[in-house]
Design a protein around this ligand. Structure first.
Ligand code: SF4
Length: 57
């Protein structure tokens, strides 16, 4: 799973959201304050200036 998601899986800005049907979406928390970051980054994210090591919520 981590390989399919890329850097977001280890980023403190990331939020993992699961729909009622079981689909999983990854939201970038920086998107609300910085237009360089898409709300739903195309996965896997292999390079990201905003990556901050930590646990997604
Ligand atoms: S800052 Fe980068 S690595 Fe972190 S959640 Fe946003 S897109 Fe993913």
């Amino acid at each position: 799973m981590t390989a399919a998601v890329g850097l977001c899986a280890t980023c403190a800005h990331a939020r993992r959201v699961q729909s009622a049907k079981g689909s999983v979406f990854w939201l970038c928390g920086l998107a609300s304050t910085d237009r360089r970051f898409p709300k739903y980054p195309p996965l896997p994210v292999v390079r990201c200036a905003g990556h901050r090591p930590g646990s997604p919520t």
